[in-house]
Design a binder for this molecule. Structure first.
Ligand SMILES: Cc1cc2nc3c(=O)[nH]c(=O)nc-3n(C[C@H](O)[C@H](O)[C@H](O)COP(=O)(O)OP(=O)(O)OC[C@H]3O[C@@H](n4cnc5c(N)ncnc54)[C@H](O)[C@@H]3O)c2cc1C
Length: 366
């Protein structure tokens, strides 16, 4: 069994006060306040007048003012210095009541009770809570099974990791020469997650080193490459092998797969269980235009400074980094789904020109 990474990385003795203060500058202050409670056990930290508002994507400071942020960072510097000087010893995980208060605090509102189990699993304070217990299935029975997984993206890899832990034989069939799926295939400039990376990672394999809250493709790809090696699943992956067909044979009680390997040879694989982890965004539908078939141009060439987004949300670079005008090609009318007038007003943004423009464009017609 692979030892999970520590829940936190200790502050090294050579990380002086200035290094800690510099690191604090890029911290999310609401998360920092929660971490301070974890380190000190002092829940009163949450009970001051400094309270984050409900976050929206891309806003990680809970709309706290610069002055409020500076006050919390100064307090955190003292807490972290004492933590370092005391040998980085964490107290036991907070109680359920404290965790509930912490989660509501960071969320900026009281979350419905049914969210809590998921949040606590994600926090993984007591280790890998999603690990499956197979002890009631005899090891010999598990070893007699054969599972075929189609795809080595984040879903296929996760399935493989869990089967590896359970001692169940499996093979992963992957049409690409690498793992990562989405994060192998998409390489356009600025390609990144639109969910904060501390969520967008396996709960049992936290990464304390994400360089951004919304990491870019190379970093995500490297993370999944690392997971494939760390959890010993790479040797079970047949790369450049595409599943062409899968049929259930009732008489044999087996899935029979037709696969095409790197040398073009068609093979058959039998499996008791078939897991489809084929994703939905790895077969791009390229737009057809007159002459595109005969064109000898370079489809991947893009004008300098151009940006492309195929995700559900498109975020253009800030104007100082992209002075050139941008042009948008889209299938349907844009929907400004996140920054509705009401949420903009709630966050005190209603009077900024950009919000007003967004609001005017909203289909809700306010
Ligand atoms: C730019 C971008 C940003 C995104 N951001 C987010 C985000 O912030 N949050 C979020 O939740 N999701 C996001 N997504 C969605 C993303 O696709 C999923 O989060 C996740 O990566 C999907 O993983 P998957 O393993 O299910 O599928 P994939 O990553 O697509 O992996 C499927 C794998 O199956 C292989 N495969 C498919 N068919 C076959 C076959 N017949 N034979 C063999 N192999 C096959 C593919 O080659 C691929 O490697 C984003 C997607 C894109 C493109």
């Amino acid at each position: 069994m692979v030892e999970p990474p520590p829940a936190f990385l200790p502050i090294l003795p050579d990380e002086d006060d200035a290094a800690i203060a510099a690191a604090l500058e890029s911290a999310s202050v609401p998360a920092l306040m929660a971490a301070m409670v974890h380190i000190t056990g002092d829940v009163d930290i949450l009970r001051s007048a400094i309270r984050p508002k409900p976050p929206i994507p891309g806003e990680v400071q809970g709309f706290l003012t610069p002055d409020e942020q500076a006050r919390v960072r100064a307090q955190a510097l003292d807490v972290l210095k004492a933590f370092r000087d005391g040998g980085c010893r964490l107290p036991p995980p907070p109680s359920h009541e404290t965790l509930r208060e912490l989660i509501d605090f960071v969320a900026g509102e009281a979350l419905p009770e049914e969210y809590l189990p998921m949040m606590l699993e994600e926090l993984a304070l007591s280790g890998d809570e999603r690990q499956m217990d197979w002890s009631d299935v005899p090891a010999a029975k598990r070893a007699g099974l054969r599972v075929a997984i189609i795809g080595a993206g984040m879903s296929g890899l996760l399935t493989a990791i869990r089967l590896e832990e359970a001692g169940i034989p499996y093979v992963v069939l992957e049409k690409n020469p690498a793992v990562g799926g989405t994060w192998y295939e998409n390489t356009y400039p600025g390609c990144r997650v639109d969910i904060k990376n501390h969520f967008y990672a396996y709960s049992f394999e936290p990464n304390h080193d994400w360089s951004e809250f919304f990491s870019q493709r190379d970093e995500l790809f490297a993370y999944f490459e690392r997971c494939a090696d760390r959890y010993g699943v790479r040797d079970h992956i047949r790369f450049e092998t595409e599943v062409r067909a899968a049929r259930w044979n009732d008489d044999a009680s087996l899935w029979q797969l037709e696969v095409c390997g790197p040398d073009g040879r068609v093979d058959r694989i039998d499996a008791n269980v078939l897991v489809s982890a084929v994703g939905q965004l790895n077969r791009p539908a390229s737009p057809r235009s007159r002459g595109s078939k005969t064109s000898r141009g370079q489809p991947s060439t893009r004008p300098s400074g151009a940006t492309t987004s195929v995700s559900r949300a498109s975020v253009l670079p800030s104007s100082e980094r992209a002075p050139a005008p941008s042009r948008s090609f889209r299938r349907s009318r844009p929907r400004w789904s996140t920054w509705s007038c009401s949420s903009a007003r709630r966050h005190g943004w209603a009077r900024t020109p950009s919000t007003t423009t967004r609001c005017r464009r909203e289909r809700s017609g306010c």
